[in-house]
Design a protein around this ligand. Structure first.
Ligand code: SAH
Ligand code: SF4
Ligand code: F3S
Length: 481
């Protein structure tokens, strides 16, 4: 008979919505001695869905697992532990995960000792949590975004006490420092600068799944970046749902622009960040970017819609005109900057006129890329209750029309580099053609070029010969080490 969950703590969206302005608790990760090495001879696999925040969390979970003595499995069949780090942003993301959960049941039949866990943003939703408990009895371990640092204890309970564990906290969240990290790359690294989100865009589940906006201290961030520089890392990407709000929750006079200026002094070739919110993007940040150096000339600035009526219903706190003014400022102070965005089509109440305003904004802003989505209602968010009577065919048509325009922007953005020499951080063999190397330019353009594998991890000069919609093709002109 299936064991019931021994340890059990369920989420609540109502609790998750609360914001009590008390001081954020900062805790230092510590590793209970009795857990050391109990994962010896065991192999793990983490499958990550969702955004960079999840990728960074997966690296922390991997770090904890290695401390426990686990090693990484090459495939699912040799794994003793499979963790799905999930994303709740849209229904399609969730459906993919449910498909995986069903499929992994088969592995459990072949290997009854296999431990299956679900973590990340999906279990933070009551509906999903209950569904997993009721319909997926083969899942042994469920936890959320607030308690990855307790992974070792959960595994101990699951393996040694042979009980199922389901513990999801709906809380504002803490800042946990010192979690061991096993990074996926040895030249590019994620660095969390803040967690959570207080924006409450009406369509978005993230403020519920990730808790209150809370910043790490500048000292902790700077020392992590310094350490990465010393280890030979070439690029860090600073992570937060709304990096421009960095520092607002700290009791010190210190902003995101201050952080950028301090990081600019560190000997690491490239600093990027994601994601910016137009409402909080201030002039100081633009002036910091204008200083260049290791601050890369690319900004991802999600606009979501070009219609003021829809922006208001989304609770984005800026108008189309204000957004375009920020773009104008950016282009004035950071000449040649590449600007990309996120756009949602078919938000409830979006008329043809509203949609046309989105298209015209895309033209005016001259984006060089965009992630585009059809609105997906998320239970518990205000927009899920807005009347939505648009025909699914119309929603798809709008997405296609938008993508066509966006793709022209991708091509235009690439074309401007034809004939130029660009600096490329070499990631590895190209995914499409293993005989070529590939990497990204300072403006975040993908470049493929022939070259020796010993260039991987280095920044090299590449002469761009031809621009396509999704990539540039070039030849090496000279390499740096
Ligand atoms: N914090 C970031 C990223 C949030 S999620 C930001 O604010 O930019 C990434 C993108 O997913 C969002 O920018 C938005 O375009 C899209 N998105 C979020 N919720 C969505 C929903 N319910 N339906 C469709 N797209 C959504
Ligand atoms: Fe979601 Fe808005 Fe926060 Fe981004 S800023 S995570 S879209 S609520
Ligand atoms: Fe998805 Fe959670 Fe990121 S919902 S987009 S993984 S914050």
């Amino acid at each position: 008979m299936e064991k019931d969950y021994g340890k059990y703590f369920a989420p609540s969206l109502k609790e998750a919505r609360k914001r009590i302005k008390k001081e954020i608790e900062k805790i230092k990760f510590s590793f209970p001695e009795h857990l050391r090495q109990f994962g010896k001879d065991k192999k793990y696999l983490i499958k990550t869905f969702g955004c960079q925040a999840n990728e960074a969390d997966s690296e922390k979970m991997a770090g904890i697992l290695h401390r426990l003595g686990f090693t990484e499995a090459d495939n699912e069949s040799e794994a003793d532990l499979i963790l799905l780090n999930t994303c709740a942003i849209r229904e399609t993301a969730e459906n993919r995960t449910f498909g995986e959960l069903g499929r992994l049941k088969g592995f459990k039949m072949h290997n009854p000792d296999l431990l299956l866990g679900v973590c990340g943003c999906m279990p933070q939703e009551e509906r999903v949590f209950n569904l997993i408990k009721e319909k997926y009895p083969h899942i042994d371990l469920v936890f959320g975004t607030h308690n990855i640092h307790k992974l070792g204890e959960y595994l101990y309970d699951a393996y040694l006490n042979k009980e199922k564990v389901a513990e999801v906290f709906s809380e504002e969240g803490k800042v946990v420092e010192g979690i061991p990290t096993k990074r996926a790359h040895d030249r590019k690294a994620w660095v969390n600068i803040m967690y959570g989100c207080d924006e409450f865009c009406t369509y978005c589940i993230v403020p519920y799944t990730r808790g209150r906006e809370r910043s790490r201290s500048p000292e902790d961030i700077i020392s992590e970046v310094r350490e990465l520089a010393e280890l030979g890392y070439q690029e860090v990407t600073l992570l937060g749902q709304n990096v421009n709000a960095y520092g607002k929750d700290l009791n010190i006079d210190y902003t995101f622009a201050d952080l950028l200026l301090e990081l600019r002094e560190i000997a690491i070739p490239r600093i990027r960040f994601t994601t910016s919110h137009p409402h909080d993007l201030d002039d100081e940040t633009i002036y910091a970017l204008a200083k260049g150096g290791n601050l890369m000339p690319h900004l991802h600035l999600p606009v979501q819609s070009g219609s003021n009526k829809i922006l208001k219903k989304m609770n984005r706190k800026y108008t189309r005109e204000e957004y375009l003014e920020k773009i104008r400022m950016l282009r004035k102070h950071v000449p040649g900057i590449s600007i990309t965005t996120d756009i949602i089509v078919a938000f409830p109440g979006e008329t043809d006129e509203d949609f046309k305003e989105t298209l015209s904004l895309v033209r005016e802003a001259d984006f060089e890329g965009a992630f585009t989505f059809i609105f997906s209602p998320r239970e518990g968010t205000p927009a899920a209750k807005y009347p939505d009577d648009l025909d699914p065919g119309v929603k798809k048509e709008r997405l296609l029309a938008l993508n066509k325009l966006v793709n022209e922007g991708y091509l235009r953005g690439n074309k401007r580099f034809e004939g130029k020499t660009v600096k490329v951080l070499v990631d590895g063999p190209s995914q499409k053609n293993p005989h070529l190397l590939s990497g990204y330019t300072e403006h975040n353009k993908l470049v493929n070029f022939p070259g020796d594998k010993n260039l991987i991890g280095k920044i090299v000069d590449v002469k761009v010969e031809k621009a396509y919609t999704w990539h540039l093709r070039g030849i090496i002109s000279k390499s740096h080490s």
